[in-house]
Design a protein around this ligand. Structure first.
Ligand SMILES: *Cc1c(COP(=O)(O)O)cnc(C)c1O
Length: 393
């Protein structure tokens, strides 16, 4: 029986969101805000003539990212996808290997696995965290993994399980300590896709710093942006050094000689973008406080009778609330809401199409993805930008 849709409720939501972001025609899902030193630092970079792949802001950005994340080392990259590509390369993912990740993620996670000619294996997420489920991960590994002298193999496919890439969905931390413990048991390195979770902490520790390597993104739609940018973080000095090396064409430093000792990549972050990133990082805390206050406003509003459920962080985490999440009772309600909001100047978006449905990945192994599918049918992201009028200076 089709659910009776409550049109009045949708109108109320649209009115509320328009009130939260006043004096705006169309309300996007997530807009960048440049209210700090962005222009000053970019001008400084231009005046220095160092606009390209080396410069003071690149070094400062790497220092800032290490300090903010609490990781020992950070390497700047041109974007989050290239950071992911390099992170998996650094932990030894090779052609023909398998990499365990979520089907419920942005396509960049699965694409980066493919750049190494490795094959994604999709394990289910948890309804509780929206991220990789430790329970499902353990079940999958207990059923399929076999430790051999040269690595852990998938009994079903005969391929090596070379890495596990959990993702902190929409900035909400997954149960990363448990995931790392399980992967340690099976001797599988963890690469954390923390692209969406800059400023999010799990049990007091910054996301991206639990696994062997973590990555962040500074794309235009993320919590902070520098146009395009990324970072790799790690506590492993050798890995950090090699990370810097292979993202900068693997050139051996020398006064005049061009010598390279392996196939490198031009995955550098231009100093111009690093300048913007440094200015944005100065505002991370006020931006997150602002986004958390927005969540509180949404919480009060959606706490009313008949409203969809607003997803909130767990007690063990502190989320950056990059994107707020509504969960509807069924797909009909979700579709109606998407339709009403997007036709009335309020941008809302469903979950990404699950990776195992995409043409490139529809042959990949998965564990049934029960919770991923449940959430895919019900979840909607609502406008979550920083409200400039409410920023404390
Ligand atoms: C944004 C994002 C990326 C990629 O970052 P870019 O900087 O856009 O390349 C990777 N993974 C996830 C989960 C993302 O949301």
């Amino acid at each position: 029986m089709p659910m009776i849709l409550n049109i009045k409720m949708y109108k109320e939501v649209i009115e509320f969101i328009k009130g939260v972001f006043p004096d705006q025609g169309f309300i996007p899902l997530h807009e960048p805000r440049f209210v700090g030193n962005e222009k000053a630092y970019v001008n400084e970079a231009i005046d220095s003539t160092f606009v390209s792949s080396v410069g003071a802001f690149v070094n400062r950005f790497e220092d800032d990212m290490a300090r903010i994340s609490g990781a020992k080392y950070a390497v700047a990259t041109g974007n989050g996808t290239s950071a992911l590509h390099m992170a998996m390369h650094l932990v030894g993912v090779e052609s023909g290997d398998e990499v365990i990740t979520q089907a419920f993620t942005f396509v960049a996670t699965a694409n980066a696995i493919s750049y190494l000619k490795a094959i994604p294996v999709f394990v289910d997420i948890s309804r509780d965290t929206l991220g990789l489920s430790p329970k499902k991960l353990r079940e999958y590994l207990q059923k399929n993994a076999e430790k051999r002298s040269d690595g852990t193999y998938n009994k079903a496919t005969g391929r090596r399980l070379a890495a596990c890439v959990p993702m902190h969905t929409y900035g909400f931390p997954c149960e990363i300590d448990e995931i790392v413990a399980i992967c340690d048991e099976f001797e599988i390195p963890v690469v954390e896709d923390a692209a969406e979770s800059l400023g999010s902490h799990y049990k007091g520790k910054h996301t991206g710093t639990f696994g062997k390597v973590g990555i962040f993104s500074f794309n235009g739609n993320k919590t902070l942006t520098c146009g395009g940018g990324g970072a790799i973080v790690t506590n492993d000095e050798a890995l950090a050094k090699r990370g810097k090396h292979i993202t900068t064409q693997a050139k051996i430093p020398h006064k005049w000689e061009f010598n390279h000792d392996e196939i490198g990549y031009n995955y550098r972050l231009p100093n111009l973008n690093a300048a913007m990133a440094c200015a944005q990082l100065e505002q991370l805390e006020p931006f997150i406080a602002n986004k958390r206050a927005l969540f509180e406003m949404y919480k009060e509003f959606f706490g009313k009778e008949g409203m969809p459920q607003l997803y909130s962080e767990r007690g063990d985490s502190r989320a950056n609330y990059w994107l707020n999440v509504l969960i509807f009772e069924n797909q009909d309600q979700r579709d109606q809401f998407l339709d009403e909001t997007n036709s009335n100047g309020v941008m809302t978006r469903p979950a990404w199409n699950l990776m195992h449905r995409l043409e490139m990945f529809n042959q990949c192994e998965h564990d049934g993805l029960e919770e991923s599918i449940w959430l895919e049918n019900r979840l909607v992201n609502i406008p979550s930008s920083v409200r400039v009028d409410a920023l404390t200076k």
